[in-house]
Design a protein. Structure first.
Length: 342
């Protein structure tokens, strides 16, 4: 009888322990789940965390607005109102200006160089420092190919053609455009098409050709410009409430980090593969695919240099992160210039 009681008690303890170890997280996305690449990469993370933890963590992908509005994910993760968020650091410029440098940098590096700074040049450590006061642990969890420079209703032939335009733009690129007389707005992806259709926007940048095609921008703006000077590579992130992250054991943290590292590789390869068919389809639909003149690119670069000086003077963290980023790029230049065809 004593053996029976002992076995029964131990079984109950083990069962209770397993049950308490199982968790369900809400992953609130800033991107619609059906939006090509950006949505599926978020779904992929949710699925893979479940698999890699043997079901101990179930992650429910939530559409933008399902729990909180898309651009309120930062605060919701920090307070614990939701467990996790799927986004890009550039969305949080109003909270932490320096995070913009961890999203995409105007006239910045391609994916390989950008990753090298993050992983081996001090970027990751700075990233952690920026998020910690907000009770967020964020993992770099995706990187996508270069974006387009934007969609316009009318051709952009000179710098003066920018003046007075109302344009959707993200992050530091928006500050640059404002220097050239553009009025910028940050809108979530689902809000851009109706704003163009209704005429409350004259132009918009959002993402790469495959994503822009899926959003139908070609129906309301016919001129599509390149190169994506403002986002040669763009990081995506998995934000997790810091208290929740620190409650996980080391093995579980490593498993989630591994999912994100794999998602970076998957997303970069997928993004590069998607663009050819998308560009061909856009041409077939009558889109005029154009490139900015050297004069326009020079003006944008000069404006970017002004923005860097202003942002660095305004925010000490921005200055510190930009210094790290710049020093890495200066050192990397010998390899970039020798190792790659240009």
């Amino acid at each position: 009888m004593k053996n029976f009681i002992a076995v029964t008690t131990m079984t109950g303890i083990l069962f209770a322990g397993n049950a308490s170890a199982q968790e369900t997280w809400n992953l609130q996305s800033t991107y619609p789940g059906a939006l090509i690449q950006l949505g599926p990469l978020g779904h992929r993370i949710a699925d893979q965390i479940g698999h890699i933890t043997d079901g101990q963590i179930t992650v429910n992908f939530q559409e933008p607005g399902a729990i909180v509005p898309a651009l309120e994910v930062f605060d919701a993760v920090g307070t614990g109102a939701i467990e996790a968020g799927w986004s890009t650091p550039g969305f949080w410029a109003g909270r932490v200006p320096a995070l913009q440098l961890m999203s995409a940098v105007p006239f910045g590096p391609e994916a390989g160089e950008y990753l090298a700074w993050i992983k081996f040049g001090g970027g990751q450590e700075l990233f952690d420092e920026l998020y910690e006061p907000h009770n967020i642990k964020s993992l770099f969890c995706g990187i996508i190919a270069p974006e387009a420079a934007g969609w316009f209703r009318e051709p952009i032939e000179t710098v003066e053609d920018f003046r007075g335009l109302r344009m959707r733009f993200l992050g530091l690129g928006a500050r640059v455009m404002e220097k050239l007389g553009v009025s910028t707005q940050l809108l979530a992806g689902g809000d851009v098409f109706p704003a163009l259709e209704l005429g409350t926007l004259d132009a918009a940048e959002f993402s790469m050709p495959a994503i822009d095609l899926s959003l139908g921008f070609y129906q309301v703006a016919n001129y599509y410009y390149f190169p994506g000077w403002h986002q040669q590579a763009t990081f995506l992130e998995l934000m997790i409430n810091l208290d929740l992250w620190e409650s996980l054991d080391d093995a579980t943290q490593m498993k989630i980090s591994t999912v994100c590292d794999a998602n970076i590789t998957y997303g970069l390869a997928e993004g590069e593969a998607l663009q050819v068919d998308a560009l061909n389809e856009l041409r077939e639909r009558g889109v005029s695919i154009e490139t900015y003149s050297d004069e326009i690119l020079d003006a944008l670069r000069a404006a970017w240099e002004e923005v860097v000086e202003e942002e660095s003077a305004r925010d000490a963290d921005f200055a510190r992160v930009y210094e790290s980023y710049s020093e890495f790029r200066e050192g990397y230049a010998i390899w970039r210039d020798l190792g790659y065809l240009r």
